[in-house]
Design a protein around this ligand. Structure first.
Ligand code: SF4
Ligand code: SF4
Length: 382
């Protein structure tokens, strides 16, 4: 008798969500997902389904974030959290190795981060794209990052389609949302009415294996229709857009623009935008030793192109003005990233807009720079 093939889809009642936790934990996964801390939704270790950030709504605006209770017990209500998943795949700091001087001999101890088998639960489609961007950078080219590769290989991605884009989201413009099409192990669509449930789709052998252990029922026509309706509604809710037509060329054309100094008058060069961005990856390497000189360590820590010291070469920084640093960041995101990695450096998650203390909005800046180039072209042709 042929063994029946594992299910590729199923419907899980909200009341049985703990079965997903149980299946993941029995397979040795540490579950990371959205939860509330310090009046914000963050990503961290979850022991049980009850710890998920259910029953809240995020309010996003440029330079503004609030978390407010809501009547519905919707489980996955956050858009892009202040945390990006890179903090687990590409941690903010890693102690790479330590050198100890033992009598006259130096001992080098490699301190690569221990790899955990992890399940990311609640990955939004924009963040799936961001992980794919970092995969390309760290695992697809000449310069590979063994730490990222090891973490990534041990990670299961459980995505959730977005049906309530935040006010700063623009993944619809960047082709990275609001629904996921690939790059996940499991994909959930949260349906609230008439019964609270999840339509689950597997996207890999590992996802199928997990799905086969859940108390799911086959999807019915009304489940599929509800999921399609949620997708349609999400597409209509975007409040921010970026016109990506010729965007790279429009950005490059403004390399010497006076506009950079206008932005610089507002920008604090605080680096918030780069720290929250799910694709930014600048790091620095720092060596330190104890006072006796007996041990020394090498650390890798997140850095930012907004820091004056980041472009320090041979006695001076290359990008001394804040305007030059803002130009570097946005031009890299929207233009030169294409030349370097064959993809956009921005997935439209909106984090840099929400968490910028000066309310500088990448969508408004892209529009302003595009308008400048178009009007210069029009002027030149008259
Ligand atoms: S654009 Fe905003 S978040 Fe980024 S460095 Fe400037 S002030 Fe900080
Ligand atoms: S540049 Fe801003 S909107 Fe784009 S991916 Fe980074 S944080 Fe998200």
């Amino acid at each position: 008798m042929r063994a029946s093939s594992p299910p590729r889809e199923g419907v899980l009642p909200r009341s049985r969500l703990s079965a997903l936790f149980q299946a993941l934990q029995e397979w040795g996964y540490e579950i990371i997902g959205p939860q509330i801390r310090d009046q914000a939704i963050v990503y961290d270790v979850l022991d049980r389904a009850e710890d998920l950030a259910a029953g809240y709504r995020e309010e996003h605006a440029p330079g503004r974030y609030r978390l407010t209770p809501r009547a519905q017990q919707k489980v996955f209500a956050s858009t892009a959290s202040i945390h990006a998943w890179k903090r687990f795949l590409y941690p903010p700091e890693i102690k790479l190795y330590q050198i100890s001087l033992n009598s006259s001999q130096a001992q080098i101890e490699s301190l690569a981060t221990p790899v955990r088998k992890r399940a990311f639960l609640g990955v939004r489609p924009c963040d799936l794209h961001a992980i794919a961007v970092q995969d390309r950078i760290f695992t697809g080219g000449v310069y590979r990052d063994p730490y990222y590769e090891a973490n990534r290989a041990a990670t299961l991605l459980i995505a959730v389609n977005c049906d309530e884009p935040g006010a700063t989201c623009f993944c619809g413009s960047m082709g990275s949302g609001p629904s996921a099409t690939h790059g996940f192990d499991l994909l959930l669509t949260e349906i609230l009415e008439p019964e609270h449930r999840f339509l689950i789709e597997s996207g890999s052998a590992a996802g199928e294996a997990i799905l086969s252990r859940l108390p799911v029922t086959p999807p019915q026509e009304e489940d599929r229709t509800a999921a399609q309706d949620l997708h349609r509604q999400a597409c209509q809710k975007f409040q921010r857009f970026v016109d990506t037509n010729e965007l790279r060329e429009l950005m490059y054309a403004q390399a010497e623009s006076e506009h950079w100094e206008k932005v610089a008058r507002r920008c604090f060069a605080c680096a918030n935008c780069t720290q929250v961005c799910p694709t930014c990856f600048c790091v620095n390497f720092e060596d330190s030793s104890d006072v006796s000189g007996a041990t020394a360590q090498r650390w890798r820590r997140w850095d930012s192109c907004f820091h004056l010291s980041f472009s320090y070469i041979h006695g001076g920084s290359v990008r001394t003005s804040v305007g030059a640093r803002y130009r570097q960041w946005i031009t890299h995101k929207l233009a030169s990233w294409w030349d370097q990695f064959g993809t956009s450096g921005c997935v439209g998650c909106g984090r840099c807009v929400t968490w910028c203390p000066a309310a500088i909005d990448i969508t408004a800046e892209a529009k302003a720079l595009g308008t400048l180039t178009r009007s210069e072209r029009a002027h030149a042709s008259t």
